[in-house]
Design a protein around this ligand. Structure first.
Ligand code: NAP
Length: 458
């Protein structure tokens, strides 16, 4: 039996990544019967990951989940070490010198590719870039999106695509009292985009967005949604899918789309054209995107397993701006086995495994880097509870770390000129952002560079 997990020698866990799954993992550990100290690391000085940089600024209710995370941060045994990049400032091997176990909750930081010619032309962007830019992520603050274009195309029909389409479609008045980054608001205020396409490869019955999100797209002040009647003619397999009560979410989507097709159209400055059964096969243009070639698809396969297959019929859509929103993927960290195909850490119910499927002692994962980019924020709670349950079950077999001290971690970081940001530090940055925002009627005005955040602490 190892002695760790007692009052004399609490279990020491490093949680890497302070988004929802990181906070839920910390919470599950700190609420357990085991004596635990959690060091929650983030490469940025600010916590909350996707809640701060992924959730759309006009979704403040979803963001209010941070109040729950604040309660976790207030629990005894919790430390935040922001502004520390694991893999660069401190290696995984070094982390293990100071912690008995490491849980990776680093999310899915990259976008899946379409793998079509012209994908990397100027004017073709990933949804990640755009979302992170309007949310004030320091890595993306200087991105430029040519909003002088008249036609923008969003590829994909998940909730991220819906967010991107909505931010492009909304007026400044609809966004100005949110926590959208000031630079993005300014750029969007000057946007010349008049037509936004949101294109899906399958049909309305298979669309990945959810009912509240498709409803919001029909409620924009000066952007009318446009649906083709023909897209709503369902094939027998899709009709069968909608009869299955397990697909009530899809039925709700189809009903909303039908109501849009049936209602009279408003005259608006912008239009959102939601199109189905089309895949981009090529982006063209001399030095930047000028057009997209789309192939019409048909659905093949049994109900519940229908796939899009190209029919050979093609059309060209003139457009100057493209956002690819076809799902995210994880990024490998040196020292942690990675499944390239799925874009996740190799794992079994949160226990990181090697290529032969055997658990790697002391390494765990949770959230999108464990299961892939799916579900809503709350989905990460049970996911992290499962991982933590397995970690605690492994306690008798965990190798105690040689240096069980957070001060030693901080010393090492200090020697490397890394200014670790504590939770108390973050509270100061937070207060400064809220104060900046209040003048502009915003819940906060985010600092969009690490230097600005750290300047609050000097
Ligand atoms: P997603 O829900 O998986 O949607 C991905 C979309 O990309 C689907 O429409 C998919 O179509 C399409 N796609 C994939 N590969 C494609 C290809 N090669 N060509 C054309 N289309 C392709 O992913 P997401 O939108 O990135 O969202 C990630 C997760 O975050 C989801 O669970 C989402 O619900 C969640 N989220 C929630 C909210 C919210 O609650 N408001 C906001 C944002 C994100 P197929 O269906 O045909 O594969």
């Amino acid at each position: 039996m190892s002695e760790i997990g007692t009052e004399a020698r609490p279990l020491r866990v490093a949680v890497v990544g302070s988004g929802p799954s990181g906070f839920y993992a910390a919470d599950a550990l700190l609420k357990s019967k085991t004596e635990v100290h959690v060091n929650l690391f983030d490469r940025l000085p600010c916590p909350f990951g996707l809640v701060r940089f992924g959730v759309a600024p006009d979704h403040p209710k979803i963001k209010s989940v941070t109040r729950v995370y604040e309660k976790t941060a207030a629990r005894p045994g919790f430390s935040f070490l922001g502004n520390v990049n694991v893999g660069r400032d401190i290696s995984v091997e070094e982390l293990r010198e100071f912690h008995d176990a490491v849980i990776f909750t680093v999310g899915a930081e990259t976008d899946r590719r379409l793998n079509i010619p012209g994908e990397d032309l100027a004017g073709s962007h990933t949804a990640t870039e755009f979302v992170a830019w309007y949310n004030g992520h320091p890595d993306y603050r200087d991105r430029n999106f040519d909003l002088s274009q008249r036609v923008a195309v969003v590829i994909g029909q998940g909730n991220v695509a819906a967010d991107v389409a909505r931010i492009l479609g909304k007026t400044v008045d609809e966004l100005k009292n949110t926590d959208i980054a000031a630079g993005a608001l300014q750029a969007l205020a000057e946007s010349q985009v008049e037509e936004v396409y949101m294109i899906g490869r399958r049909g309305p019955a298979q669309a990945a967005f959810t009912e509240p999100e498709i409803k919001e797209l029909g409620e924009m002040a000066d952007c009318e949604i446009d649906i083709l009647d023909a897209d709503l003619d369902l094939n027998p397999a899709s009709a069968a899918e909608l009869e299955d009560s397990a697909n009530s979410r899809n039925l709700a989507n189809v009903n909303v789309l039908r109501s849009y097709a049936a209602r009279s159209r408003r005259e608006t400055r912008r239009s959102l054209r939601v199109r189905f059964f089309q895949s981009p096969v090529e982006l063209g243009g001399d030095s930047r995107v000028e057009r997209m070639v789309l192939e019409t698809n048909e659905l093949i396969g049994d109900p519940g397993a229908q796939k899009a297959r190209g029919t050979g019929t093609r059309e060209t859509l003139a457009c100057g701006l493209v956002f690819r929103s076809v799902g995210y993927g994880g990024v490998a960290i040196p020292g942690v086995p990675f499944d390239e195909g799925r874009g996740v850490f190799r794992n079994e119910a949160g226990r990181v495994t090697d290529t032969s499927g055997d658990p790697v002692a002391g390494l765990y994962c949770s959230g999108w880097i464990k299961r892939g980019p799916s579900g809503v924020i709350g989905t990460n709670r049970p996911d992290s509870v499962e991982t933590v349950g397995n970690l605690l079950a492994d306690l008798p077999r965990l190798q105690p770390c040689p240096t069980p001290s957070t001060d030693s971690v901080l010393d090492l970081l200090c020697k490397r000129n890394v200014r670790a940001v504590s939770y108390a530090d973050w509270r100061k940055i937070d207060a400064a952002e809220v104060e900046r925002g209040s003048a502009a009627g915003k819940p906060r005005e985010k600092f969009t560079s690490v230097a600005e955040m750290l300047a609050v602490l000097t």
